[in-house]
Design a protein around this ligand. Structure first.
Ligand code: PTT
Ligand code: SF4
Length: 612
């Protein structure tokens, strides 16, 4: 079988047993890799209701057929598990040398089961798997851990590790890899922590199986050069992701003051231009020629890597407009291994709850020093406050009560990314129907919506576009496993990806074949949610209540007086379900599951929630 190693490595931390499972071409074609493998493995192997932070959850690391091959931006890996923050399927995608090394070690996926007795580093060197006790690393931040690993195993190894946030089971702890890379927003770092798995180190030395390595090498290297040229011409990586901040401010889509406001006169102080001016270094993932990682000096003098989402949620949403202070918060999240986005949103929720009198406390919007201290408390789960905020905004709101859930800015428990959709119905839908909670990665429909359609519309064209983007972003890029930035930021043609896929696998797939796999994975993930939440209903696919609230409208700017409307949103959601072939609850119908070749999964899910 070309394009896949056909092998999944299974490691049990409780028993220290190691096993290699094979898979055949039918499985490979059906699920392809990355998110596809992860969704299938977790659906088949996790009993519904399993504790996400217990030993029976499984932590999956999965790559895809073009991952690690020298071609545009293929240094990415998917990490997945049942999510401690949503209770549903969770995953993330991060740049790491694990991508290439795992494939060279001879595996397309790694499944970690059980719980180690003591803090453990999992060392994988081709066929050798070692459980290295690392008591001395427990309690250390990710930067120190990474240095320790590099000193011991060499700088070129693949690393995934966690900080204190993951160790102490903060529900939005992430996995860290290279400089500035982090992933697994829905608490994948906490799942590692619950297994006492401090780090995974991978070294591989074999060739990656490919149908036509010479042709792929030429194609990949030429295209890496072309992508680099386009990046230089467009200048995208001058501001990288943070180029979007000024635009969001202009079109009233910036999160400010726990999403209460949509723009701010001081936003320019943390925009892409200021970020580029403050740049001290640039980093990137493996196999990338448009490196987007910009670092600056934070207030304490550390090098902190900044992206738009981090700045939007730790900066404007907390009303902190000093770039070096935002850098400090970003650095601390990286070191503790906390998701910058959920951390920023949870702290903003807390400041808002205090401001509205729902809870007593000493934290105010704009207070960067106290925010630093709160992050420390969260990462240690120190005291009542650290414990409360480590739970994320939804659980914190449920504890605080007094109507605060309405302004906990989350969907399904995962905090909303940095796009304020007070009056952006299509993007609100994209958050609502994202399969992992409110992440922008599935369908970044906002630019289409604001540049090519009317903002007011709740028409089917928006639902259609959300699906089109989900197929590309949450589908193709997550199962072929490659960074989407060349396509979305530089206009690198989507038709290039079946080309790479066919060159490594020897198959002859079209984009339509890719969309079928994407739809299958989305439907399988829906079934995962249905099993966990049998009384599931369309309200799970609704954005935060405050966006519908007439009392929450802007008083000035481009959307003054505007807000989302319930009936119209519900209609838009129905368009989405109709196009996808889902029922009134948002569950794929039997006919849809049949069409997607998910008969076995349908039978397994049927007894939990019933199918129509
Ligand atoms: C991603 C999410 C994002 S999305 C950002 S900034 W972004 C935040 N970054 C964090 C960080 O940094 N430190 C930290 N402690 N927590 C952080 N949480 C947030 O995590 C990421 C890039 C980016 S930067 C984006 S959009 C694109 N995402 C891709 C994706 O999801 N899939 C894909 N095939 N390609 C992508 N390319 C881009 O990769 P999650 P990374 Mg991350 C410091 O994983 O869970 O999806 O969260 O991966 O290697 O860091 O690159 O404006
Ligand atoms: Fe990594 Fe950025 Fe390059 Fe994508 S564009 S591979 S996120 S450095």
């Amino acid at each position: 079988m070309n394009g896949w190693t056909g092998r999944i490595l299974r490691v049990n931390l409780t028993t220290k047993k190691v096993r290699v499972d094979g898979f055949d071409e039918a499985f490979a074609r059906k699920w392809v890799g990355g998110r596809g493998f992860a969704a299938k493995i977790l659906f088949d192997e996790l009993k519904p209701g399993v504790d996400p932070l217990g030993p029976d959850n499984k932590f999956v690391v999965a790559v895809g057929p073009i991952a690690g091959i020298p071609a545009p931006n293929t240094g990415k890996t998917v990490v997945a598990a049942k999510s401690p923050i949503t209770g549903g399927y969770g995953d993330g995608n991060l740049g790491t040398r694990v991508t290439e090394h795992l494939r060279k070690a001879g595996y397309d996926a790694l499944v970690v089961e059980g719980r180690a007795e003591k803090p453990t580093l999992l060392l994988i060197e081709d066929d050798k798997v070692e459980f290295v006790p690392v008591d001395e690393l427990w309690g250390k931040g990710t930067f120190e851990t990474n240095d320790w690993i590099y000193a011991r195993y060499g700088k070129g190894v693949g690393v995934l590790n966690i900080g204190q946030g993951g160790e102490n089971l903060a529900r939005y702890a992430v996995v860290r890899s290279l400089e500035g890379r982090a992933g697994g927003r829905p608490g994948m770092g906490a799942v590692m922590g619950s297994k006492r798995l401090k780090a995974i180190v991978v070294k591989g030395s074999r060739p990656i199986p490919q149908a036509n390595p010479a042709a792929m090498k030429k194609l990949g290297q030429d295209d890496l050069r072309k992508v680099h040229e386009i990046d230089k011409q467009t200048g995208w990586s001058i501001q990288s992701t943070n180029g979007v901040l000024a635009w969001c401010n202009e079109v009233a889509a910036l999160p400010v003051r726990n999403f209460r406001l949509t723009h701010h006169p001081d936003a320019w102080r943390i925009d892409g231009e200021r970020l580029n001016d403050a740049r001290v270094a640039t980093y990137g993932c493996p196999n990338c020629t448009m490196r987007c990682g910009i670092t600056i000096r934070d207030r304490e003098g550390h090098e902190a890597e900044m992206d738009y989402e981090n700045i939007g949620l730790l900066g404007s949403n907390l009303e902190i407009f000093d770039l070096d202070q935002v850098g400090s918060l970003n650095y601390l999240c990286d070191d503790y291994g906390l998701d910058t986005m959920s951390a920023g949103a949870t702290l903003s929720f807390y400041a808002d709850a205090i401001d509205r009198g729902a809870v007593a406390g000493d934290f105010k919007f704009g207070d960067a020093e106290r925010a630093k201290e709160l992050l420390r408390l969260v990462s240690r789960r120190e005291g009542d406050l650290g414990n409360l905020l480590a739970e994320g905004s939804l659980r914190a709101a449920r504890r605080i009560g007094r109507g605060s859930e309405a302004y906990a800015m989350q969907v399904k428990g995962l905090e909303v990314a940095a796009y304020n959709c007070k009056f952006i119905p299509g993007m609100a839908l994209a958050f609502g129907v994202s399969p992992i909670g409110a992440h922008h990665k599935e369908s970044w429909v906002i630019t289409f919506e604001l540049k090519q359609t009317s903002r007011e519309s709740y028409g089917p064209e928006k639902a259609q576009k959300v699906i089109e983007l989900q197929r590309i972003r949450g589908g193709l890029f997550e199962f072929i496993v490659s960074c989407r930035f060349p396509w979305i930021e530089l206009g690198w043609g989507i038709e290039n990806y079946p080309k790479y896929f066919n060159a490594v696998t020897g198959l002859d797939w079209t984009l339509d074949d890719m969309w079928t796999v994407a739809d299958r994975i989305y439907a399988a993930i829906k079934l995962f949610w249905l099993r966990e939440f049998p009384d599931t209903n369309r309200k799970l696919d609704y954005p935060p209540a405050v966006w519908f609230d007439p009392a929450n409208v802007d008083t000035d700017g481009p959307i003054a007086g505007q807000h989302l409307e319930y009936d119209k949103y519900d209609q838009l959601l129905q368009h989405y379900y109709d196009i996808r072939g889902y029922d009134q609850r948002g569950v794929p119908t039997k006919a849809t599951l049949e069409r997607l070749d998910l008969g076995a999964e349908a039978a397994a899910a049927e007894k939990y929630g019933g199918l129509t």
